[in-house]
Design a protein around this ligand. Structure first.
Ligand code: F6P
Length: 319
């Protein structure tokens, strides 16, 4: 292994820059040449590749987004696109590739592995939807961003004695809603893994009001449906003024938390070590608080399980 490449792909996540920095500096520390690839797989196909040195990753550990830019690439989902990518890697002399991204990006890395490329994945997504790892880079920062918003919404919700429905991201995964629901003291968490019953939801709200609750904070994962629609349904049934807030892309930005910076730094270093050890087609993760790695096929075949205990706890603690 003499030259490695690094790219970020799919939706950005806070901490991606810390991961890039760790890949570049660990690679150089081991005597490797490290090439940055702009705009994910799209930039790979187009040869948007440049050499990185230690200084090229200075002053980025605290920054959200990704200095390498990111993209979702249609062409790369085709056989022709993937073959082009393999050829470009050969032309640039890249023997190993580190892919930082989510599920879709890992499927790209898996496809490249099948074509003989030594690839290692680092989970970078706010969604925390990859089953093989307890945490993905960016999740913790997104939780803190959502929590900050919940605290603010709680103030105005209490003053007006309203119901607030807060829609958060996560695709088909409810982790952002579940974890922030616990941390923010939400009255109800609605996640795709469980769904919800409108009558039961309204009953919880009305009973809470009778017990003297000033506000009702409902955390809604986007995978279940839209907050606007739910707000008007809830208002119709309960007769209580209801407002919706869709937090949107604010959840993807911001300076990464200490947890995400440390996670990204250790995962970045481990990814490079795996390539040096000749272990490719792997993904780096965290299990039992320790950095781990797993075969990419196995990792992608696992189904993400939501934390049932936390879900039940959110119900108990909201009373
Ligand atoms: O995967 C990250 C994510 O932010 C999801 O939570 C969300 O559904 C999606 O990306 C939004 O994608 P885009 O930025 O393309 O609108």
């Amino acid at each position: 292994m003499r030259t490695i490449g690094v790219l970020t792909s799919g939706g950005d996540a806070p901490g991606m820059n810390a991961a890039i920095r760790a890949v570049v500096r660990t690679g150089i520390d081991h005597g490797l040449k490290v090439m940055g690839i702009h705009r994910g797989y799209s930039g790979l196909i187009n040869g948007e590749i440049f050499e990185m040195d230690r200084r090229s990753v200075s002053d980025i550990i605290h920054k959200g987004g990704t200095i390498l830019k990111t993209a979702r690439c249609e062409e790369f989902t085709t056989d022709a696109g993937r073959e082009k990518a393999v050829n470009v890697l050969k032309v640039f002399g890249i023997d190993g590739l580190v892919v930082i991204g989510g599920d879709g990006s890992f499927r790209g890395a898996q496809a490249l592995s099948k074509l003989g490329v030594a690839a290692v994945g680092i989970p970078g997504t706010i969604d925390n939807d990859l089953a093989y790892t307890q945490y993905t880079v960016g999740f913790d920062t997104a939780l803190n961003t959502v929590l900050d918003a919940i605290n603010k919404i709680r103030d105005t919700s209490s003053s007006h004695e309203r119901i607030s429905i807060i829609e958060v991201m996560g695709r088909n995964c409810g982790d952002i809603a579940l974890y922030t629901g616990i941390a923010g003291g939400a009255e109800k968490v609605i996640i795709p893994e469980k769904g919800y019953d409108l009558n039961e939801l309204c009953r919880i709200i009305i009973e809470g009001k009778i017990r003297g609750k000033l506000h009702n904070l409902i955390l809604l994962a986007e995978g279940v449906g839209g907050a606007n629609e739910l707000a008007s349904k809830v208002e119709n049934v309960t007769g209580i003024e209801t407002r919706s807030t869709i937090l949107g892309h604010i959840q993807r930005g911001g300076s990464p938390s200490a947890f995400d910076r440390i996670l990204a730094s250790t995962m970045g270093a481990r990814a490079v070590e795996l390539l040096i050890e000749g272990k490719s087609s792997r993904v780096v993760g965290v299990q039992g608080g320790k950095i781990s790695d797993m075969d990419i096929d196995e990792a992608l075949s696992m189904k993400h399980e939501f934390n049932e205990y936390l879900y039940n706890l959110s119900r108990v603690l909201s009373y």
